[in-house]
Design a protein. Structure first.
Length: 72
């Protein structure tokens, strides 16, 4: 089994055409970026699951369970 692909905050922001600060701000305010939660690595860096970010770009629903419950 291979390791999951991960984007840095800058890479994820480029893929979704947002500023990296938007990711950091939403993470701080809501605990996720449109339902996607990052992996925190030593040194405080964030790595974002590439498959979930790619789903956001393609328009597929990727929601955090708390967000999904609010819209149900």
């Amino acid at each position: 089994m291979s390791a999951p692909r991960l984007y840095t905050t800058n890479e994820a922001a480029a893929v979704t055409r947002h500023k990296p600060q938007t990711y950091r701000k939403l993470l701080s305010l809501k605990g996720h970026f449109h339902g996607v939660k990052p992996v925190k690595i030593p040194g405080g860096r964030l790595l974002w699951p590439a498959d979930e970010i790619d789903r956001l770009v393609s328009g597929e629903a990727t929601r955090h369970p708390e967000t999904a419950a609010q819209h149900a």
